[in-house]
Design a protein around this ligand. Structure first.
Ligand code: PEP
Length: 258
C-alpha cells in the first residue's frame, strides 16, 4: 500500500445503513449532485443498502459523486447464499466498500479475519476499501483504546503488502459515538487518528501511513464538521444519521475548516 506521494484528498462518506428505498436513494443522489456541482476539492460518496446500489450508481453518473457498498463478501462467486461479491459490486459501478463497520462486527459476528479478507477482495476488484476500526465504551473506559487499535489495524491489513499502491481508507469510529449523539472531541479524534496512522506505519511502513486517508466517524453533523475537519490528520468523515437528510449532508460535504 505504497500510497506515498499521493495527495490525501478529503473524503466525505454517507452511510445510509438500512434506510431509503432504491427510488428514494436515487432521488437523493440526483439532488445531492445538483447541490454539490461546484465542489471539486473533496470526494463525496454515499453508501446505500445493496438494493439501492444500481439506481444510485446510475444517478451518480456524470456527477462528481460516487457510490459505496456497506459490506462485501470475499469470494468472487459460489454457494454463499445472501452474499454479494466485490466482482458484482464493481460491475454495477460501485467504487468502494465499507468493511468491518461496528454494527456488522456487533450484530453479524464480523471478525478481524473476515475484515482482512474483505479488504483484500475489494482491492483485487478495484474497489476502495473503507475499513472501520474503533473501541467500545467499556474498552475506552478501561483505557484499552490503543490496544484495540493495535489489534484491529494490523489484523485488517493482514493481506495487504507494504508495496501495494492501491488506495485504501480507514475510518476511526469509536463505537460509543455511533448513533449516540456523543462525539469524540475534535482533539480526541485527532489524537486517536494519529495512533491509527502509527499502527499503519508499523504494519506497512511510513510511506503507506502518510498516503492512507483516515476518516473520523461517530455522530458527525453540521455542528461539529468544521471543527473536526480543521484537525490535522483527519482526512474526512464517515457519517451515519446526518447523511440521511439532504440539507444536513450538503452542509457536511460543504464543510469549511474552522
Ligand atoms: C456510522 O454509521 O458509520 C456512523 C458514524 O453513524 P452516526 O453518524 O449516526 O453516528
Amino acid at each position: 500500500m505504497a500510497h506515498g506521494g499521493r495527495k490525501r484528498v478529503p473524503l466525505v462518506v454517507g452511510n445510509w445503513k438500512m434506510f431509503k428505498t432504491s427510488a428514494e436513494g436515487a432521488r437523493f443522489v440526483r439532488e445531492l449532485g445538483e447541490e454539490l456541482g461546484d465542489v471539486d476539492d473533496r470526494e463525496v460518496m454515499v453508501a446505500p443498502a445493496f438494493t439501492g446500489l444500481y439506481e444510485a450508481a446510475k444517478a451518480a453518473e456524470g456527477t462528481a459523486l460516487s457510490v459505496a457498498a456497506q459490506d462485501v463478501f470475499w469470494e468472487w462467486e459460489g454457494p454463499y447464499t445472501g452474499e454479494v461479491s466485490a466482482t458484482m459490486l464493481a460491475a454495477l459501478g460501485v467504487k468502494a466498500a465499507i468493511i468491518g463497520h461496528s454494527e456488522r462486527r456487533r450484530y453479524f459476528g464480523e471478525t478481524d479475519e473476515a475484515v482482512a479478507k474483505k479488504v483484500w477482495a475489494s482491492l483485487e476488484q478495484g474497489l476502495l476499501p473503507i475499513m472501520c476500526v474503533g473501541e467500545t465504551e467499556e474498552e475506552r473506559e478501561a483505557g484499552l483504546t490503543e490496544e484495540v487499535l493495535a489489534r484491529q489495524v494490523p489484523a485488517g491489513l493482514a493481506s495487504v503488502q507494504a508495496q501495494d499502491e492501491r488506495p485504501m481508507v480507514i475510518a476511526y469510529e469509536p463505537v460509543w459515538a455511533i448513533g449516540t449523539g456523543k462525539t469524540a472531541t475534535p482533539e480526541v479524534a485527532r489524537d486517536v487518528i494519529r495512533q491509527v496512522r502509527c499502527q499503519v506505519e508499523k504494519t506497512l511502513g511510513a510511506e503507506a501511513a502518510q498516503g492512507v486517508r483516515i476518516l473520523y466517524g461517530g455522530s458527525v453533523g453540521p455542528d461539529n464538521i468544521d471543527r473536526l475537519m480543521a484537525q490535522p490528520g483527519i482526512d474526512g468523515v464517515l457519517v451515519g444519521g446526518a447523511s440521511l437528510q439532504l440539507g444536513s449532508f450538503v452542509r457536511i460535504a460543504r464543510y469549511e475548516k474552522a
